[in-house]
Design a protein around this ligand. Structure first.
Ligand SMILES: Nc1ncnc2c1ncn2[C@@H]1O[C@H](COP(=O)(O)OP(=O)(O)OP(=O)(O)O)[C@@H](O)[C@H]1O
Length: 205
């Protein structure tokens, strides 16, 4: 079964044609990376895949079905960390993760494990506004890992991570893959791309 199919997808903003007839398929358990210079449409493509933006033409199929944000079954399959994550200002790090884990009905309770893995345990009681930019990025990634997922969509997940964080990320993505999760990410980090990518999706400038 193909986890993700994008077919003939186009998106323009006014006269600017950002995505021009993009087609690709990602098989289950593969890691696909969207590559391209600044402004080439990587974020726009990921936003169209998760339903945060609508393409002008073309379609997105998730596990063979048209992408539909209002479908609870499909929503529960897709975990995303794009670059516009809003946190609840009055919920601490641990409260955020507990809320997400609970709301998505995760069978296990992975919050403590994920806090430790992401190095967020010392900041567990802090509010988002008091976190460093790297810690906020880690919280965004942690939010994906405390919930069930079959498709993981990440926009430049390496952003703001230190060297150890980047090494962890490559390892984590390989573990996601080993668990049968499909990954679609945009990245500029050649080490990460070379370490994990099965399928390269190149966008022009
Ligand atoms: N809502 C919008 N309205 C107008 N233009 C937009 C909008 N969203 C994106 N764009 C434009 O579309 C183009 C692609 O943007 P996008 O963020 O998808 O690029 P990107 O490949 O992710 O870039 P980067 O590598 O810098 O993150 C840019 O020229 C951007 O200015």
């Amino acid at each position: 079964m193909d986890a993700l199919t994008v077919r003939g997808l186009s998106r323009n903003f006014g006269t600017l044609l950002v995505l021009d007839d993009i087609t690709f398929t990602v098989e289950t358990g593969r890691i696909a990376t969207v590559l391209g210079p600044n402004g080439s449409g990587k974020t726009t493509l990921l936003r169209c895949v998760v339903g945060a933006d609508r393409p002008d033409s073309g379609e997105v199929l998730i596990a063979g079905h048209p992408a539909d944000e209002s479908d609870p079954g499909q929503r529960s399959m897709v975990a995303a960390a794009l670059d516009d994550i809003d946190f609840f200002p009055d919920l601490s790090v641990v409260e955020h993760l507990e809320l997400l884990s609970f709301a998505h009905g995760h069978a296990a309770d992975p919050v403590e494990e994920v806090l430790t893995e992401l190095g967020l345990d010392p900041a567990r009681d802090q509010l988002p506004a008091t976190l460093s930019s790297g810690q906020r990025r880690r919280l965004a990634l942690a939010s994906c890992f405390v919930r069930p997922r079959r498709l993981l969509v990440l926009d430049e997940p390496e952003q703001r991570l230190d060297a150890r964080g980047k090494a962890w990320l490559a390892d984590r993505l390989r573990r996601e893959q080993a668990d049968g999760t499909t990954v679609l990410m945009a990245s500029h980090d050649t080490d990460l791309i070379d370490a994990v990518t099965d399928l390269r999706i190149e966008l022009g400038a």
